[in-house]
Design a protein around this ligand. Structure first.
Ligand SMILES: Cc1cc2nc3c(=O)[nH]c(=O)nc-3n(C[C@H](O)[C@H](O)[C@H](O)COP(=O)(O)OP(=O)(O)OC[C@H]3O[C@@H](n4cnc5c(N)ncnc54)[C@H](O)[C@@H]3O)c2cc1C
Length: 468
């Protein structure tokens, strides 16, 4: 292998980390489920430095694992445990906002920009960058795009993919694909950017993106609602979608999730007593002050109570109360992690199938692992429900995986049988390659392998991820 000194000359010695204590944070994933042993962590600061680093890696015979904020939940940003020698290529120093144009409703941001920084830049320009989820203070634009992240507002503005106008990408051989265009309409051949969005770093390194912005939200109303069942939540969903307001979030949470949040969250206050089996977090918005959003929310909830879809509701009376509702939702993954080991899914079904999905999950998972505790929480407005099976108190992760590891394939199969997906928003990474092998259409797999071979013939980009 070539010496690291050569790459240090290009990106600076301070940006070549090889001491075990410096490399350690990049060697484990957020859930502490996957560990790898990177040869080094390289932190180029410009697109040209990324390109030079990729050429150096090719000459050194090293594979490359791109890393953003390392909040991914599929083990995709750490080298595979028994994989070929790998460097982690961290984009954290590519963190400039290159352009923002309010008239164009667009922003051009480098891959290492933290998502929240982009949200703030958009807000300062009187615009909205609509992606929002619990890890937005750490996750980066490159990671967000490479996982095609969703979140609580996908219902209204789509996944990360829907926001992208153009990309700048460094290919495995060091060539730069400069497609950083802000034009809205461009049918000049294949839309290559879509290969890299959701590509989980297996095809190239995203270095910058041109993305859409939206008009700023001028009015917002948020409610925390107790519902008797997922069927009732589904009826409520149709009702709010027909209310005349923009529905920008519709989250469904089982009582057990709220109990975990109340127990482990710091400073979390659940707005209603924990007496209902299910809760909905719902947000309406308008881009103009004159929209009577409060009246719409009150009328809609009153009609839902009358129809038996809602048992109780708390409408946020202040921005602080609104933020508390979203803090409960956004802090939940951390509260769940604190609860101990769990087996988790990232399943989605058509919105109308959510109640049936939950019925089958409860019946089949409950029957096979009665000692576990089932929780379900998710972006119900997208049909995306994360199911978890929590270990009994005191059990460690390896023991629980050995005993209940079959829960994920079971729940995936239920979702797929209802016309759904085993990978709604977190990606495949290492954790869902087995599900790809089981559920993905064989022709789609052939095409994916052909794309991979065309762009990365030496299999140097993030090996051991996505493709089984
Ligand atoms: C508390 C919490 C809540 C979450 N909630 C949601 C949610 O609601 N919705 C959702 O969709 N996700 C959610 N996630 C998952 C995670 O935040 C997202 O997948 C996020 O998009 C990952 O971004 P990152 O910068 O951390 O990427 P990383 O974890 O660093 O990387 C993820 C993947 O992208 C690749 N990658 C990173 N940067 C680049 C680049 N510049 N070029 C090419 N490849 C790259 C990596 O190799 C890896 O394959 C949550 C995670 C946590 C911890």
């Amino acid at each position: 292998m070539q010496s690291l000194a050569a790459v240090a000359e290009v990106i600076g010695p301070a940006n070549v980390l090889s001491a075990p204590e410096d490399v350690a944070p990049y060697a484990v994933d957020w859930r502490n489920a996957y560990r790898g042993t990177p040869v080094a962590v390289l932190r180029p600061g410009t697109t040209q430095e990324v390109a030079a680093t990729m050429r150096w890696c090719a000459e050194a015979g090293l594979t490359v694992v791109p890393a953003g904020g390392r909040t991914g939940l599929a083990g995709a940003a750490v080298p595979a445990a028994n994989g070929p020698p790998a460097v982690v290529l961290s984009l954290e120093r590519l963190n400039r906002i290159r352009a923002i144009d309010a008239r164009d409703f667009s922003i051009v941001a480098e891959a290492g920009c933290v998502v929240q920084t982009v949200q703030q830049a958009a807000a300062e320009a009187g615009r909205l960058f609509p992606i929002q989820w619990g890890a937005q203070g750490t996750a980066q634009i490159g990671g967000m795009l490479s996982t095609n992240a969703g979140g609580i507002r996908t219902l209204r503005w789509g996944n990360a993919r829907e926001l992208v106008l153009g990309l700048e990408v460094v290919l495995p051989d060091g060539r730069v694909l400069d497609d950083l265009r802000r034009v809205r309409k461009d049918n000049s051949g294949y839309a290559l950017r879509h290969l890299f969005i959701g590509g989980e770093g297996t095809l190239g390194v995203i270095t910058a993106a041109a993305m859409r912005l939206q008009p700023a939200v001028k009015r917002v109303e948020t409610a925390f609602v107790a519902v008797p069942s997922p069927d009732a939540a589904l009826s409520l969903f149709s009702r709010v979608m027909e209310s005349g307001a923009e529905v920008i979030a519709f989250e469904l949470c089982a009582r057990y999730c709220m109990a975990i949040a109340a127990k482990n969250g710091v400073g979390l206050r659940i707005p209603l007593p924990l007496e209902s089996p299910w809760y909905v977090m719902l947000e309406l918005a308008a881009a103009h002050e004159s929209v009577p959003l409060r009246a719409i929310m009150e009328d809609t909830l009153a009609a839902a109570i009358e129809a038996g879809e809602v048992d109780d509701a708390a409408i946020a009376e202040s921005e602080a109360q609104r933020q508390m509702i979203w803090k409960i939702r956004e802090d939940y993954p951390e509260c769940s992690r604190m609860e101990g080991p769990s087996i988790n899914t990232d399943t989605a079904v058509p919105v109308s199938a959510v109640p049936e999905f939950l019925r089958q999950v409860e019946r089949e998972v409950g029957a096979r692992w009665p000692e576990g505790l089932i929780s379900a929480i998710g972006h119900a407005g997208d049909g995306n429900i994360h199911v978890s099976l929590h270990a009994p108190a005191g059990m460690d992760r390896p023991s629980w995986v050995a005993r209940a590891g079959g829960m994920e394939p079971l729940v995936n199969a239920i979702a797929v049988s209802l016309g759904g997906s085993f990978s709604a928003e977190h990606g495949i990474g290492q954790s869902k390659r087995h599900a790809m092998a089981t559920h993905k259409n064989p022709v789609a797999m052939d095409l994916m392998r052909a794309v991979k071979a065309a762009l990365d013939p030496e299999n140097r980009m993030n090996p051991g991820k996505v493709l089984p």
